[in-house]
Design a protein around this ligand. Structure first.
Ligand code: PLP
Length: 433
């Protein structure tokens, strides 16, 4: 134990001195050091250097969907690395893992969304989509169609374009010179209609939205919202990009999240769940028709590519991850456990007057607490209480809300879900006293 304590102290000190944490409070890290130094993962559990076993109720960053510690995925990564860890796919080079994965993805996507450009993650996927839609309109003789509309409270990543599309103001004020031609709307069809009217449809390239907003607080859209969006965008020749970085590959109980809302987008962007976090990978999926237009109407050059666009090891890992989701019927479990989670949330609401809303779709859920204007949020304290009881969960306080967000691994069972529910309930009550 002493050895571990010394190691923990050493690592904390080095972390503070040499490591910048993504989306973090630098001052707090200097004061307190990292809250966890994780050492192992197994299923829904994470273990840290202090030996604490903690339930990972957000699948880390909504991504470790098949759960931690899968040796079968590690084996595949090892095998691929031994054979061919990396080679480029720039220009006309290729390799089997990426070809197989691109084909596999077509079995998950709707309609003819059958052609994928790969990235290392979701931010790059969205930036790729913004450039591609603008290129598409150029190719079609309408270069003035370049504006991107997104929704308030949306999260699309932190590359220049994806930061600019993100509808959470904190991400804009962090830096200066946000990219031009990005606009945000409230989540009503009237707001989108008004924005199109104001900007002029002839200047708008695409509308981007998560099917269910994740980081913005697990916001499930109104029943017909996306159908109305589809009709409006069709009327004005505006492409729809569905940001499926969280929702894709089963999180909401369907292959892709937009299926729940009855529309087919023009482009899907994805990351996270495609590998369950076992390797960094993302991508943009376009239709066969758009693909054809891009190479037939121009000299065919796609002036866009990342070193890791089509990483063989990441591709092999993704393939194995998707196999596991299918073979173990994990999407069925998402639906079963999702229903159980929601029942639990409703029970929590009955127990606690300050819980004003609970919601869930598949294994994506939120619990919102009452928060008077200007009042301090409760959920950060609830998160601290939950931690004492062995649960890691996430608080969302943007835009005056006070929400707990949940996205447990797809392999969760009923007993484990009950543990989460009971810890959350106890933690809310401990703070509400
Ligand atoms: C909906 C959505 N889009 C995009 C991203 C950005 O992905 P990445 O962090 O892999 O760049 C995220 C990350 O949380 C996300 O939730």
């Amino acid at each position: 134990m002493i050895k571990n304590e010394n190691l923990q102290k050493e690592l904390s000190r080095l972390d503070q001195k040499h490591f910048i944490h993504p989306t973090s409070n630098m001052k707090q890290l200097q004061e307190d050091g990292p809250a966890f130094i994780f050492t192992e993962g197994d299923g829904i559990y994470l273990k840290d250097i202090e030996g604490r076993i903690l339930i990972d109720s957000l699948s880390s960053l909504w991504n470790v969907n098949i759960g931690h510690g899968r040796a079968d995925v590690a084996e595949v990564a090892k095998e691929q690395m031994m054979k061919l860890a990396f080679t480029s796919t720039f220009s006309n080079w290729s390799h089997e893992p990426i070809i197989r994965l691109a084909e596999e993805i077509t079995k998950w996507t709707p309609a003819d969304l059958n052609v994928t450009f790969f990235t290392s993650g979701g931010s790059e996927a969205n930036d790729t989509a913004f450039k591609t839609v603008r290129h598409y309109w150029q190719v079609n003789g309408r270069p003035e169609k370049k504006k991107i509309i997104s929704r308030k409270k949306s999260y699309h990543g932190v590359a220049m374009g994806s930061t600019s599309a993100t509808g959470i103001p904190e991400f804009h004020t962090f830096t200066t010179s946000i990219a031009p031609d990005f606009h945000y709307v409230d989540s009503t069809i009237e707001a989108l209609e008004a924005k199109i009217e104001q900007e002029g449809a002839e200047t708008i390239a695409a509308f981007i939205s998560e099917p269910v907003q994740g980081s913005g607080g697990v916001n499930i859209p109104e029943e017909d919202y996306f159908k109305q969006v589809r009709a409006l965008c069709d009327k004005h020749d505006i492409l729809i990009i569905s940001d499926e970085v969280i929702c894709g590959y089963g999180r909401t109980g369907t292959n892709f999240g937009m299926e729940n809302f009855g529309i087919v987008p023009d482009i899907i962007t994805m990351a996270k769940g495609v590998t369950s976090g076992y390797a960094p990978l993302g991508g943009m999926i376009i239709s066969e028709k758009m693909h054809e237009e891009l190479y037939e109407k121009t000299d065919g050059i796609f002036w866009h590519g990342y070193t890791y666009s089509g990483h063989p090891t990441a591709a092999a890992v993704a393939m194995k991850n998707l196999d596991i989701i299918k073979e173990e019927n994990l999407i069925d479990n998402v639906n079963k456990m999702g229903a159980h989670m929601l029942k639990g949330f409703e029970w929590i609401k009955e127990q606690n007057d300050n819980v004003i809303d609970v919601r869930g779709i598949g294994l994506l859920g939120g619990i919102s607490l009452e928060r008077a204007e200007g009042a301090e949020a409760m959920t950060p304290k609830i998160v601290a209480e939950a931690l004492k009881r062995g649960l890691i969960c996430r608080s969302v306080v943007y835009g005056g809300q006070d929400t707990l967000a949940f996205a447990p691994p797809f392999i969760i069972n009923e007993q484990q879900m009950d543990d989460i529910i009971s810890i959350v309930n106890d933690s809310i009550q401990a703070v509400s006293k």
